[in-house]
Design a protein around this ligand. Structure first.
Ligand SMILES: [Zn+2]
Length: 475
């Protein structure tokens, strides 16, 4: 069934009712279900499926289908999503002041972002509901993912994107998959508003992250991560924060695994936003009951160990409402969101785990992205907020150097190549609307690696190599 998240309401709705928010109070909805399988048998069952070539076992989402609210004969729409690697990241760890750091790269999904793990579930649900058209508002990654899964499901697909505000790579993906791409004059939040009105149409199904089935698919990433780690729970899991669907999904995933008895405690879940699009971090900073962690750095609202125990998991409901930011700005377009729809669910997850929320600057994100690149891994700008945030949390004493930390990378490095090229050529402006003449907006290419022009002779090339430092020697 679907249940309103507001404890004072708690209204329940049928699983296949086409609603997005509680019809009684307007609250967000959770999907709740019970697994028929004995939880103790699940880890071995999931491991056996790794050796199976059956489509649903090859998917890193449907492999964990005991966690999902779908019947065994559901018309699964899959592109073998999930199955994303975890990487040991020594360069990033040293950069953050940690002994070790693990990267969970959700950018290695079929369309290059974490959105695929939720989209496979939402589009499967769209087929079950028998809708003709699926729509979303998107900063780009959701659009690319929806376009691909809608094409697989042979559904009509419409995508609303803020004009000129998404990367070419993401736009190209949507066009290639045959989606109707409708460019709006306005920002992402304007697109969200219009799309909620559209969802009143009977034949249209809305698959933004407010769609509870998206969260259901995405939450399996928590299971995959722990499965990959032999069910060892990390001390911290750090995710970027835009619309906050990702943090919501991780929180729900970990909580359900704990309820099943597969883990005995939750990792502390922390969210990192971009300074210019940080309504959730601002809410944390303004909330007096959470004392900022000791440390000189502004912008970090950590939960000190002493205050953490005072918060029960239901506390989120007593918090003031999040104040949207009207003109969010950041070069990390994937998290350029001023009015995140899932903030209550994310707040619930962060508080339940004892995590925190903070924001980082454009410069911190740009440098962290270059560091992740030197790992041989790479990611899109928004993903780098995690490593930038972890560096801050270590400096502030919220994360200890010997703690076991996982940073979740959400998008592939090829999602935004313009950004990387400009960074390395020291031509990256912190404000997308600034002109190249505004030197004050120019970000430093701290770890730049610009191309060099050389003559086509052996001697010139050997000289060029001699001048170019080996990767990571200059850190
Ligand atoms: Zn309600």
């Amino acid at each position: 069934m679907q249940r309103c998240i507001d404890p004072s309401c708690g209204a329940r709705f049928e699983l296949n009712q086409r609603i997005y928010v509680c019809s009684r109070c307007g609250g967000l909805l959770d999907v709740v279900q019970e697994s028929a399988t004995d939880p103790e048998q699940l880890p071995a069952l999931w491991t056996r499926r790794l050796a199976s070539f059956e489509t649903r076992n090859q998917s890193g989402v449907w492999r964990y289908r005991e966690l999902l609210p779908f019947a065994d004969d559901a018309p699964i729409v899959s592109l073998a999503e999930g199955n994303t690697p975890i990487y040991d990241a020594p360069v990033s760890a040293a950069y953050c002041g940690l002994h070790a750091l693990t990267l969970k790269h959700q950018g290695c999904n079929p369309t290059g972002s974490f959105k695929d793990t939720g989209m496979t579930a939402a589009i499967t649900q769209a087929l079950i509901l028998g809708v003709q058209t699926v729509v979303c508002a998107s900063t780009g990654n959701t659009a690319a993912s929806l376009a691909a899964y809608a094409a697989r499901a042979k559904l009509q697909c419409a995508i609303l994107v803020p004009r000129g505000q998404i990367s070419n790579a993401k736009l190209a993906q949507s066009l290639d998959c045959g989606a109707a791409v409708l460019e709006l004059d306005g920002n992402f939040d304007d697109a969200m508003r219009v799309i909620r009105e559209l969802a009143e149409e009977e034949s249209i199904y809305l698959v933004n992250s407010i769609n509870p089935f998206r969260i259901e698919g995405q939450k399996t990433v928590a299971a995959e991560l722990l499965h990959q780690r032999g069910w060892r729970v990390p001390d911290h899991v750090v995710v970027p924060g835009g619309n906050l669907g990702n943090s919501t999904a991780f929180g729900k995933g970990f909580a359900e695994l704990k309820n099943l008895g597969l883990i005995d405690h939750l990792p502390r879940l922390s969210v990192v936003q971009a300074e210019g699009a940080a309504p959730f971090a601002r809410l944390f900073e303004s909330e007096g009951r959470l004392s900022p962690a000791a440390g000189p750095t502004a912008g970090t609202a950590g939960v000190s160990p002493a205050s953490r125990s005072q918060h029960s998991t239901s506390d989120w409901n007593a918090w003031p409402a999040l104040t949207p930011m009207e003109h969010p700005h950041t070069l990390a377009t994937a998290i350029k969101i001023g009015a995140p729809v899932s903030w209550q669910k994310a707040l619930r997850a962060v508080l339940a785990s004892g995590g925190t929320v903070l924001s980082v600057s454009e410069q911190e994100m740009a440098d962290a992205k270059a560091i992740i690149g030197r790992e041989g891994v790479g990611c899109e700008p928004a993903s780098a907020s995690t490593v930038a945030g972890i560096k801050r949390l270590v400096a502030d004493g919220v994360i200890a150097p010997n703690e076991d930390v996982v940073a979740v990378l959400t998008g592939h490095v090829l999602k935004d190549t313009d950004y990387a090229i400009k960074y390395h050529q020291e031509n990256l402006l912190s404000d997308g609307d600034a002109t190249e003449m505004t030197e004050g907006h120019k970000l430093a290419g701290t770890y730049r690696n610009p191309p060099t022009l050389v003559q086509a002779t052996k001697a010139a090339i050997l000289e060029g190599l001699r001048r170019h430092p080996r990767v990571n020697d200059t850190l």
